[in-house]
Design a protein around this ligand. Sequence first.
Ligand code: FE2
Length: 429
Amino acid sequence: MSDLLVKNAGQASGNTSDILIRNGVIEDIGSTIDGVADNFPVIDAEGYLVTAPFVDSHFHLDATLSYGLPRVNQSGTLLEGIKLWGELKPHLTADALVGRALTLCRWSIARGTLAIRTHVDITDPSLLAVEAMLDVKRQMAPYIDFQLVAFPQDGLLRANSMDNLVRALDLGVDVVGGIPHFERTMEDGARSVAMLCELAVERGLLVDMHCDESDDPMSRHVESLARETTRLGMQGRVAGSHLTSMHSMDNYYVSKLLPLMREAELNVIANPLINISLQGRHDTYPKRRGMTRVPEQIAAGLTVAFGHDCVMDPWYPLGSHDMLEVASMGLHVAQMTGIEQMHHCFDAVTHNPAKILHLRDYGLQKGCNGDLVILQATDVVDALRLKPARLAVVRRGKVISTTPAVKYDLALGGQQIQTDLTSKDLVRR
Ligand code: FE2
């Protein structure tokens, strides 16, 4: 827990403020804060945008950075990715899992992502990945808030994995996961949803299921998830991840489904980078985009977050755990180019996932954790447009990552001109 005064912090509103952090907690925010001791640590944000840290509400830390092991995904489909992960699982070691995850954590911190909900495959009876990810969570606790989800990748009923899932929860995994669309039948999928929600209620845990990650418009497990949530009184405690079949559903059916989701206060986690890559692979033309109906879900009053899902793994060859890349992709795929919509996309990788994860003391207000990121951007739209350098990343008042501002020196017609690509260069008249 450290002290820090951040001067000239650019705010989303366009104003600048000073932010005083004492003992790791934001003590004050004001137009000018002075009067601290001479040796008090100070950092000058120079008017650049300061944000609460990025939150990734959907990730797979056990599979990350395994791209190419034992081979690459030739078809680019979700199902080949699951098969490929199954081929790799017998060869996994704790050392390799932890080593790859720690590398990813360093990238996350450099990108200003300080809270991550990661699904962990529990279908291997040895629970090797669970033990390894719990180890990573412990090691990274000073820097990153981790939530682990017990994820039956090969199906709860299909792989008979309820016993493993319960043991994973006993070991300290935080959230109940599921994958109803991967069960053998629609009926099994619905049954798995009911069983998992009941287990979560019994244990007082949150739920986050991979749900309807399919282009099949008849994959309607989100309906079961919403209904079980309401039946069990779990409103606001359940998330549906992916929900890509909603993209392909009949519009009339969706007009009934959205109010059902609203009644359940079902949280939505879309994964734009991954679903724009994986979905529509069985289509010729036109090819469906495959992302869930984000603007309609926001309009229905649902909390929507964007997750990264994958970085260099059996499902996705790219990525560096940059949540601004995720937000930018989500914005493009959902055609959310209005100003307010772009702000929604920024919220989808900051405040909304923090709410879905039930993170405590998150935000840039007095009394919140002294966690923040200085972006080399003048405003939120700049941040989405440029995906700029994270000049400083602060955790509990301590600077844990820095990088110099990127500036370009141009020699044009005998003149030296400098630009950092931000909108402060714009001539507005
Ligand atoms: Fe996922």
